[in-house]
Design a protein. Sequence first.
Length: 388
Amino acid sequence: MQTLFDIQKDLMQSLAPTVKRGLADQINWDDRLIGIKGSRGVGKTTFLLNYAKSIANKKKCLYVDLNDFYFSTQSIISLADEFVKTGGDTLLLDQVYKYPNWSQELRHCYDNYPDLHVVFTGSPVMRLKEENPLLHGFAKVYSLEGFSFREYLNNASGNNFRPFTLKEIVEDHQTIASEITQRVKPLAYFADYLRHGFYPYFLDSGADYVTLVKTINLVLEVEVSSLEQIDIRCLPKLRRLLYIIAAQAPFQPNVSKLSAVIETSRATVMKYLLYLKHARLIHLLYPVGDTVGKPAHIFLQNPNLMYLCSYGGVNREALYKTFFFNQLGYRNKVERGAVGDFCVDEDRCFTVGTQSRAPRDSNTIEAHEMIERGQGNTIPLWLFGFLY
């Protein structure tokens, strides 16, 4: 076990200064079993290490990567047993989905070590609440998203703006925007965020495009294939489907055409779309009240992904709509309504961008991309990046 402590020490010493994620203030760290799900590349490991660093003088904490060779001969249970007996109280388990029988062993730890707090990270493909009765009701599960525009802007400009609720933004956007723009020019940072600000790669070497491509391939090859139990021989078709989506999104899907292009059945295409959604590579926009049929539109999950296939340039209107869906989709219900581009929480209609042809009425809220401050029902698009 001492080797694990040495590894943790080295990792914490090499940890570069980073942005405090808003999720850290939302978690009840007193809970005994906490799960943090997030897509590959959004910073789950850094999140755990920052938490370990923050409590280092208060608790005996150990961070371990469950992909470590230590677990070739040892189990989570044996680690927890030794850790508790030597005075440990906070165990941070990274990449838990790579460990067989992880849910059974976490439940054992919960039942048998009442003074032990366990925080674990996993893939969004792990649907804990829906499919894991062993942990349902015991694990408090949170989602770590990529950087919001607010988090990116705070890091880039040295500010510390707080998040706002959608209600606050809709009802008081003029005051909020005025306070922010007195201290910084958000639009000076917005284009860079749309290109590379969602993933934390911008904090490092800047090789974000190459790293992102590698990350997506790992998501498909490791997380989707193993957790969804897909035959490895089917991965080229799944990858091709993602490429088609990336090149056209957002678009209204023709499932028959998609099935013909990737040479598989319509039913398989629908399954693949759900796999990509669960892996947080795409968003599926359904009509209001319908979440089981064919989606009305397919979006990429975040605007950074739109640059993967942008050899001829990114469609700005599509980029802005992808940003809006991404930022609101984290905590709000986003659907395709009869009015506007999006219906949010079943009671607010939005159009995005200046060129939107979506039908609208006097109650439709316009998210305008190139204004610092809005008026009435017209709100700056960048401000919707302050929701988390």
